[in-house]
Unconditional design. Sequence first.
Length: 507
Amino acid sequence: MSRAVLQTFEEYQKARVTFVQTVADLATRPQNIDALQNAGVMALLRPLLLDNVASIQQSAALALGRLANFNETLAESVVTHEILPQLVYSLAQQNRFYKKAAAFVLRAVAKHSAPLAQAVVDSGAMESLVLCLEEFDPAVKESAAWALGYIAKHTKDLAQSVVNAGAVPLLVLAFQEPDLTVKRISASALSDIAKHSPELAQLVVDAGTCSLLVKEVSNSDVGLKRQVCGCLAQIAKHSVDLAEVVVEAEVFPRILHCLRDVDEVVQKNAATCVRELSRHTPDLAKLVVNAGGIAAMVDYVQEARGNARLPGIMTLGYVSAFSETLALAVVVSRGIPPLKDALINEPEDHVKAAAAWSLGQIGRHSPDHARALAEADVLRRILAVYLHRDSSEDLQLKAKRALKSVIQKCAHLPALEPLLDSPPNILKYVVQQLFAKVLPNDMEARKAFVQSGSLQKLQEVQAERGSKLQEMVDTINLQYPPEIVQYYSPNYAQSLLEKMEAFNPSG
């Protein structure tokens, strides 16, 4: 072949290399994406995936992955240009560098939505991705595990397709690799499979995952701890049996140490795991208490802020809900002050609602539990949240239920008196307690009720004639001499003035 001909081919090859590498570089910057798309970059990159030069194939795949990763529209463009079948075909044939780049494209497409992940499955990619998990190169394993995780995360059916392809045992093997990145991504993929249903979580557990995950809870790598704690939470959430498997793998006390980790995501994922372990049965909740979980969780709720507080708040509520003894353990561990703080100071209504719910679970068991809330001035705070005009419907509902359940157990007069300003739907429970539990049986309480001005407030209650509320007010009034009730009635001063006007001293 003459030198002129060779030179032409060399220049063509050099131009292809320059083009594909430049596009791959341009695709890293968001401001270039629209221009690349408008220039028809997908159609130009597609044939380069089958180029006879390996480095060009790899760069083309890298460029496509970066484009597809940017947004859903570009990922859809990869699908519509029928690029996926070419990638899958080459995935089984090419070297490890190409496999890594091709798996990156599949991951970038799958991450955006369930339909795009389904398109990756429909392209026949599953078998090739699973084979990549058996590759010697950790980078190929990592890229494949990432793609499988992104496919599995969307729906139960997609996760099942990952399981059916035989990925779970190989992901567990990959998790045992010394490479930390491979361990992290494998744990993440297993978590994405386990989260959808008890059956899928059981398949992950059956592969011997739990004991391996628990061992890494104490790992010094922050990213790995995040994924491990998250995966254990996804397994434990589904059923008593799965939660017990996590506990039997000796997750305590290691998971509690993570509540004090320097990384906030590790803390939150660990708190979520403890929440999922505590919510199923009284025995599991007792196990959390006995392991020192409540004291650790109270400290966590005290320190955390915003959404990160939520799993801790819910844990205290779940444990308290089961029994008087467990609720008392939360009270003794000083769980009420941080819950009250969340109720007052958190800006998000769903966090406030969780705090109100948990406080209700603590106080609903007995007069002693209710008094613990009352002495911490919690009832007045819950009422304020309930009455606040900007409170969400869910927050108002949770606050109302908490107030109702705690008031019905409360026999502490100073706590009930401030609630006489409540709206009628709350006031009836307050008056019921005064009428049934407090005033009839306690002379000192009846006296204090007058001295605090509460009897006067009671006379100002606007109750419908003949209503249950009016009946209870009348019954409380019978606990006092008529002159005292009359003295504190709203129209008493007016009636005295009328008597004075009618009085004729000379008469």
